[in-house]
Design a protein around this ligand. Structure first.
Ligand SMILES: *Cc1c(COP(=O)(O)O)cnc(C)c1O
Length: 349
């Protein structure tokens, strides 16, 4: 047998289909707008590619420190937030008799990392409207950590800041990871929690809000002990995971944050318009604080709608999982793309 038992047995994460040519691509929560022009300028000026990059992305951490009013030594940069989350699981969790805990309907990568590292996990069911009761995360037995995506994917919902803080306050002896992949489209960040509590790690990405899924860059903020741990584990794996091009592109993007905010506002305006159009047509549309919608309808056959849209060259995402198999996840594209989606849905459903 050429493959390890782990490789044979593990169920890997299934990413959205990456078909770019000829499709309206609303299946990976990418931003429909280009990143700042400063990013392209920075890439033109790239040099020193014969040398390794800064292992800890020093100049980028400096900019991120200014952006978030956070100590730059307490920031960790990674090759996409997925890499950081994967390293974080390995850095903080491995007690054999305890679970890590996350909501039932959330980012489907969390159980994959847990399985990869043999970390036990269990999930907590959300309410039928996918809202989360913070009290369900108090006084947990046999728990070694909690992962909360906020706003959550694929449900699109944002918890109240006070509710997140209450979970943190009730679990100060274990690391709480707050995955803020979509917080740029929400109403607040949890930065203050990472400053106030030693056990909070916030993870962000350039892939969604910053329109830079193509460069693979993310960052985490937390206490010195959490960040030092991540640095150590990164150096056990790949000391130079973030290349020079990526660091330069991300620095340029951060320097032009006003540009990013304009794009985010456009996405939010489209999100609100399309949410109300869909509700008028009888769809159930949870109040999204992300750059995508999670929709269903009475008597909906989500799988076949997904298929029909694909035939019409519109890609969205359907998860064949018990609690959400009647839902579709639709990324917010440009107004024009979303109008085409509405037209297509009108003829299919
Ligand atoms: C997209 C996404 C990520 C991964 O982002 P990358 O930085 O592109 O790896 C992490 N968490 C959630 C919830 C996401 O939706």
């Amino acid at each position: 047998m050429l493959l390890s038992k782990k490789t044979l047995e593990i169920r890997e994460y299934t990413a959205g289909e990456q078909l770019n040519e000829g499709y309206i691509k609303l299946n990976s929560n990418e931003n429909p707008y280009q990143p700042s022009p400063l990013v392209f300028n920075a890439l033109k000026d790239i040099n020193k590619l014969n040398f390794y990059p800064s292992p800890k992305s020093d100049a980028l951490r400096h900019e991120l420190g200014k952006l978030n009013d956070f100590v730059e030594d307490d920031i960790f940069v990674g090759n996409g937030s997925d890499e950081i989350l994967g390293l974080a699981f390995l850095t903080y969790y491995n007690q054999k008799d305890k679970d890590i805990i996350f909501p039932d309907v959330t980012y489907s990568f969390y159980p994959v990392w847990a399985d990869l590292y043999d970390i036990n996990y269990r999930t907590i069911a959300q309410n039928s409207d996918f809202s989360i009761n913070p009290q369900d995360y108090f006084n947990l037995d046999n728990c070694q950590g909690i992962i909360i995506a906020n706003p959550n994917a694929p449900t699109t919902l944002e918890m109240a800041y006070e509710d997140i803080e209450s979970i943190v306050v009730n679990n100060q002896d274990k690391v709480i990871i707050i995955d803020e992949a979509y917080a740029d489209f929400g109403t607040y960040y949890c930065t203050a929690l990472a400053k106030k509590y030693q056990n909070v790690l916030i993870v962000r990405t350039f892939s969604k809000g910053w329109s830079l899924a193509g460069i693979r860059c993310g960052y985490a903020m937390g206490s010195r002990v959490l960040i030092e741990g991540l640095n150590k584990i990164r150096d056990c794996f790949n000391s130079y995971s973030v290349d020079r091009l990526t660091q330069a592109a991300a620095i340029a993007a951060v320097k032009d944050r006003d540009y990013m905010h304009v794009c985010i506002q456009k996405v939010i305006a489209t999100r609100e318009r399309i949410s109300s159009e869909l509700r008028k047509r009888g769809y159930t549309v949870p109040q999204s604080k992300t750059n995508f919608l999670f929709i269903t309808k009475d008597g909906f056959d989500a799988r076949s709608v997904y298929q029909s849209l694909k035939e019409q060259k519109i890609l969205i995402r359907h998860f064949n999982l018990p609690k959400i198999k009647n839902y579709l996840r639709i990324t917010i594209g440009t107004d024009e793309q979303m109008d085409m989606l509405l037209d297509a849905l009108n003829t299919i459903v």
